[in-house]
Write a protein that binds this ligand. Structure first.
Ligand code: SF4
Length: 311
């Protein structure tokens, strides 16, 4: 896939990071061994409908944060040496489950452990909008003032009926309040959204884009809905109660979504990269390259670019 085809039309994170840091920057996903309120019984036990039991982790929490980073950095150094390039800078990405779902002193300890590893240039913390209280906000504000920092907040959909049906456990207002608080504190928010949720049509995702354009959100991370082994949705799919979107529908929805975002909103990711061992459907989601080519083709054929369809 020729990255330039998408870069010409979208405000993608990669080129912006390269400009800001003067070097390539990659994220290393980390598992801190935290759970989430939808799994530990605070709100529920089974998790959101689409979420696999590992919650985007790969069972590496037992290694600890520094060791996970060391391993990731060693791989990057080897790859760079083989290509005769300088190793990239790294953002420590607290991705798995809900990365603020622990007492604040424990959170401080894991974030500081990551920042003490040489080669780590910044931090991304991924969480739910209802897992942030005053002490957690204070910690995140302190980090954001100290170093490059992004707070990834799960919205998934701007449709409360969808969130309720899928057992999300918070509503759209909760996300809007958290985004506002982050904005007040100078913390950059990246909204996590899922395109193709059960019961949603492309028009629902476009309404989500319209909402993001109204909030204090600086970036968006897009996820295409996939049926993953162990997720509650897998049972519905096996009983043929639910079918994920085909590639053409996703490409049309994603293009329309992007065209409705403000032109300066930063696109942190366009589609997911699932582990082949847990992907049940759709088959096209197993190839990120295929998905990105379909998206680039749709944008080009319809002469769409980010911001072109802003309300
Ligand atoms: S999506 Fe997040 S909040 Fe929902 S079950 Fe998975 S880890 Fe928990």
């Amino acid at each position: 896939m020729d990255a330039g085809r998408l870069q010409n039309r979208l405000n993608l994170l990669g080129p912006l990071l390269r400009e800001r840091f003067g070097a390539p920057v990659v994220k290393i996903g980390l598992e801190a061994g935290l759970s989430c309120p939808n799994r530990d019984g605070s709100l529920g036990l089974t998790g959101c409908a689409w979420c696999a039991p590992a919650g985007s982790g790969r069972g590496r929490a037992h290694l600890g944060i520094a060791a996970q980073l060391d391993q990731g950095l060693a791989r990057l150094r080897e790859r760079a040496a083989r290509a005769g390039r300088r190793p990239p800078l790294t953002l420590a990405y607290f991705q798995a489950h809900t990365s603020t779902h622990a007492p604040t002193p424990a959170l401080r300890a894991i974030f500081e452990e990551a920042l003490a590893v040489p080669g780590v240039a910044g931090l991304i913390v991924s969480t739910r909008p209802d897992c942030l209280d005053e002490p957690r906000w204070d910690l995140l504000s302190e980090l954001a003032a100290r170093l490059p920092f992004w707070l990834e907040l799960g919205l998934q959909s701007a449709n409360d009926a969808t969130l309720a049906a899928l057992g999300r456990g918070h509503d759209v207002k909760c996300f809007a309040r958290a985004a506002e608080e982050a904005g007040r504190r100078g913390i950059q928010v990246v909204a996590h959204v899922i395109l193709g949720l059960p019961g949603e049509a492309p028009e629902h995702t476009w309404a989500t884009a319209d909402l993001l354009g109204e909030l204090a959100v600086g970036g968006v991370k897009m996820h295409n809905l996939m049926v993953l082994e162990g997720a509650p949705l897998a049972e519905d799919w096996r009983r043929e109660r639910f079918q994920p979107w085909d590639l053409e529908t996703w490409a049309r929805a994603a293009a329309g979504f992007l065209a409705r975002l403000p032109p300066d909103m930063v696109i942190h990711r366009l589609c997911a990269d699932p582990g082949a061992e847990i992907l049940l459907a759709p088959a096209w989601a197993g190839s990120k390259d295929l998905a990105l080519r379909a998206l680039a083709g749709y944008l080009e054929e319809n002469d769409l670019r980010q911001g072109a369809l802003r309300p």
